[in-house]
Design a protein around this ligand. Sequence first.
Ligand code: DGL
Length: 271
Amino acid sequence: MQPIGVFDSGYGGLTVLKELVKKMPQYDYLYLGDNARAPYGTRSFESVYQYTLECVKHLFSMNCSLVVLACNTASAKALRNIQQKDLPLIDPAKRVLGVIRPTSEIIGNYTTSKHIGILGTSGTITSGSYKIEIEKFFPEIQVHQEACPMWVPLVENGEYNSPGADYFIKKNIDQLLIQSPQIDCIILACTHYPLLINKIKQFLPAHITLLSQGEIVADSLSDYLIRHPEMDKLCSKNSKRIFYTTDASESFDQQAEVFFGQAVKSRHLSL
Ligand code: DGL
């Protein structure tokens, strides 16, 4: 089996995997959540890079030729180094893709005012990766950003529906919207945030479009595999899904269903 590897710091990438499976059910997928070391969002550049590289190497050793970093923080802080420095040494035939570029490529289709908002972890926001990528495709777009450091812990701890979540969600949305009354589109630039979508909508004016990344990444990967038949050949198609977590598999399975939308049976991976 040669599955497509899907990596996240914890559960968030399951919201992307769910859409990959929906769009391309024929492929085999191997998900790895580094729950033991999540969240990544407040960690240093060096730690996120080292942790991500270690997990990518595990996915390669489990026969994945193509790995998707279904994590904005890892895409922001580790992807470029892995693609440019590590892959040529490890195996130039393997590929690692992220979630920031596919989102940046299409964002122009969703804004009329040319003012967009980014909500993400502190790591993603301070990296400036969205500003840099969006500038390449849509230099006319003004990017406003807000870090939401409490949102991933709320989700990882199962508090995403609690009244306590409201305080932090409203606070960060208000801080984003105050930056420009013209914002007409907001990217949920963290794969954990789709679980907060109903609460986020409560605090947003109705005219603002809210984009989460699952479908965008699925469309982009499908397009990539059509454009790269040599990579497509290296991805087996038996509709198998395998889940690994670096933490306890029992607790992973309990939480994962909410993100993936189906029951999950994971295995533990020791790093
Ligand atoms: N889900 C990840 C992202 O998209 C990060 C969560 C974390 O802080 O570990 O950024």
